[in-house]
Design a protein around this ligand. Structure first.
Ligand code: FES
Length: 61
């Protein structure tokens, strides 16, 4: 299961997400998700056309 952590770097928040092999997640880029950094569908209520970033980790050999 994806793990994430957020840290302040020189006044800017930086979030790191670690995926397991073969895992796929949808990351929020509209900043409206109540489950940040993961998309929860809240982008559908935004006026912008922002949608999630889909990230997948390759399967291990
Ligand atoms: S909730 Fe932000 S991109 Fe889906």
């Amino acid at each position: 299961m994806a793990e994430h952590s957020t840290e302040d770097r020189a006044g800017h928040l930086r979030t790191e997400v670690k995926l397991e092999a073969g895992e796929k997640v949808a990351l929020c880029r509209c900043m409206k998700s109540a489950n940040f950094p993961f998309c929860d569908g809240a982008h559908k209520t935004c006026e912008s056309n922002a949608g999630p970033v889909i990230v997948s980790a390759p399967q291990q050999a």
